[in-house]
Design a protein around this ligand. Structure first.
Ligand code: NDP
Length: 246
């Protein structure tokens, strides 16, 4: 397999860490962003102890200027970004009738506007070079909705519209654009959900358990492969059967 330069946003998180490892295992040169330098350095050292050399660059995906600077920093260290995984995300859950404007905007900025902020500075280079992979990490809740997540579900559903439009525009340039919609995965984001709510969620999953971050990372490695060149504008559900069909 050709070694590529990959940027995974939010790579220090639960799912992001597994994606960074999986892409590095495949021989790619992997970078991710950080906002808190001390926290990121500790993460980088833990990764090094496991044999992974992951490049760290500063970057807040919710800020267009910071996102562009992040891309230029990756280019300076590793070369042009060939694989982009838009993975950074947050939740600010509450029912809509109680939702404050900042809870709406923070989630839309971090989970959806980020996709513009980060993809825009890489797409022209991918088109010029005639190869690229762009993957959005969306969510099961962008497909089926969720109580208390009007902001999050709106952002995650928006990723699908972005994906299928960008896929059309770039299919003739060797670039594939796809979405992965994970179900509930055992990361800090889901472990922050009250235990009784989590138990109800698990009871609703046909496979009877939460997903593992590695199971999402496997989907990423599938979509970035050269052999996946004819898969574009797709959504890959990885959810233990929690949501099936359309
Ligand atoms: P985590 O909370 O473990 O990790 C989130 C990552 O995103 C962290 O590295 C965090 O960095 C980063 N991040 C957040 N905001 C920003 C920002 N403004 N700029 C740059 N980086 C930022 O989440 P998960 O690993 O669980 O989730 C990863 C993705 O998967 C998210 O998009 C999430 O919505 C999606 N997802 C997760 C599911 C799950 O069950 N866990 C289910 C479905 C989808 P920092 O440390 O600086 O905060």
């Amino acid at each position: 397999m050709t070694s590529r330069v990959a940027l995974v946003t939010g790579g220090t998180g639960g799912i992001g860490t597994a994606i960074c490892q999986r892409l590095a295992d495949q021989g790619h040169q992997v970078a991710t962003n950080y906002r808190d330098h001390a926290k990121a350095l500790a993460w980088q050292q833990a990764m090094a102890a496991r044999g992974y050399a992951i490049t760290l660059v500063p970057g807040d995906v919710a800020s267009p200027d910071s996102a562009e600077a992040m891309i230029r920093a990756v280019e300076a260290e590793l070369g042009p970004v060939e694989i982009l995984v838009n993975n950074a995300g947050i939740t600010r859950d509450t029912t809509f009738h109680r939702m404050r404007a900042e809870q709406w905007h923070e989630v839309i900025n971090t989970n959806l506007n980020s996709v513009f902020n980060v993809t825009r500075p890489v797409i022209e280079g991918m088109r010029r070079r005639g190869w690229g992979r762009v993957i959005q990490i969306s969510s099961i809740n962008g497909l089926k909705g969720q109580y208390g997540q009007a902001n999050y579900a709106a952002a995650k559903a928006g990723m699908h519209g972005f994906t299928i439009s960008l896929a059309r525009e770039n299919a003739g340039f060797g670039i594939t654009v796809n979405t992965i919609s994970p179900g509930y995965v055992a990361t800090d984001m889901v472990m922050a959900v009250p235990e009784e709510v989590r138990a109800k969620i698990i009871a609703d999953i046909p496979t009877g358990r939460l997903g593992k971050p590695e199971e999402i990372a496997y989907g990423v490695s599938f979509l970035v492969a050269d052999e996946a060149a004819w898969i574009t504008g797709s959504n890959l559900d990885i959810n233990g059967g929690h949501h099936m069909g359309w």
